[in-house]
Design a protein around this ligand. Structure first.
Ligand code: ASP
Length: 335
């Protein structure tokens, strides 16, 4: 009898072990995204780009490639599109430049790479990966990170490549609002009034993937926040704030970065999952609530080793989507 029971348990565990679900989940930023303000053509463009990112990423996983390659594939598609605040289409700093941040983490061995303040590297996510795989460091910034990227043979572009009219217009709008409120240093104030950030259009991109081997990777890439000043760096390149992955779970965030840094947002989700046995949905909701209480907003995606997904946000919308093992793609934008 005992033997039969043991056999039964072994076969059950093998059944579950053999059932690796590969999944990819992405976001393209959270913010004031309202259906009434979106033309059907623009909405279609977003949907098509998110679908392309998911498809490219899914193909990698299906071929048996690692979750890291899947994350890179999805993020490169979104970085190359002017629709998102990452790579081409990044927002402008206060002095009218584009400074890009990105990070990546691999859950299996907790290796990580991050870059901040890049101005000439076409795909910051590739630079973050190179830091992780080709250097002894985790984070590089500014000129040094650019020199390293060049040495690694990454594509270098003229800073003008990142210029887009809609992001330029957004900068002028935020500057006007700032002047009007006579609060030029509002960025230094954690409790700055809502006029200041409503128009700053989040649009960071991120991806979490689970591969056939059951390994999770997470990555995030951004231009930061419109009108950022003094070499400001947000949460996206901070491991544990905007990005985190371990053997259990992967997370990528988007939103008002200062609050994600102050709450160690991504790592806190993983800690809740591991130490408090919270599921992905509860863990992300609790962290978003903490961010909200402090006055921040945004969203996050999370994916666990069993293929459970959360796409949580406290803004009007978040560009988001996922693809499951069977190839089925879901894309959503609004609440
Ligand atoms: N989290 C990014 C930052 O603060 C912005 C965003 O998600 O759009 O730099």
């Amino acid at each position: 009898m005992k033997k039969i029971l043991l056999l039964f348990l072994v076969s059950i565990s093998m059944f579950f072990y053999g059932q690796k679900k590969y999944v990819v989940v992405i976001h393209g930023g959270a913010g004031t995204i309202l259906k009434k303000e979106m033309s059907p053509e623009l909405e279609q463009k977003y949907r098509d780009k998110l679908k392309e990112a998911l498809t490219k990423s899914y193909e990698k996983i299906k071929e048996g490639k690692s979750s890291l390659e899947a994350v890179e594939a999805a993020i490169v598609v979104m970085e190359d599109s002017p629709l998102f605040n990452a790579g081409k289409g990044a927002v402008f700093t206060s002095d009218g430049r584009n400074e890009l941040d990105a990070s990546v983490m691999y859950g299996k061995d907790k290796s990580a790479g991050a870059v901040a303040g890049l101005t000439v590297v076409k795909n910051p996510i590739k630079a973050a990966l190179a830091v992780m795989q080709k250097s002894e460091h985790v984070m590089m910034i500014g000129k040094g990170a650019e020199q390293f990227s060049k040495n690694q043979g990454l594509e270098i572009v003229n800073p003008k490549y990142f210029w887009t009219q809609h992001r330029w217009d957004a900068l002028q709008k935020v500057k006007k609002a700032e002047l009007k409120a006579n609060q030029p240093n509002a960025f230094n104030n954690y409790h700055c009034p809502s006029y200041y950030w409503v128009d700053r259009k989040f649009g960071t991109v991120g991806c979490v993937a689970l591969d056939k081997e059951g390994n999770i990777a997470a990555g995030t890439s951004t231009g930061g926040m419109t009108n950022k000043k003094y070499g400001r760096v947000g949460d996206a390149p901070i491991i544990g704030a905007g990005t985190y992955a371990d053997e259990n779970i992967g997370i990528s965030g988007t939103g008002w970065g200062e609050f994600y840094i102050r709450t160690s947002a991504a790592r806190t989700v993983a800690a809740k999952y591991e130490y408090q046995n919270k599921d992905v949905k509860t863990a992300t909701e609790e962290v978003m609530l903490e961010i909200e209480k402090l006055g921040g907003d945004g969203g996050m995606i999370a994916l666990d080793k069993n293929g459970n997904v959360a796409m949580t946000f406290n803004t009007e919308g978040m560009y988001r989507g996922m693809v499951t093992e069977d190839g089925e793609i879901t894309i959503e934008i609004y609440k």
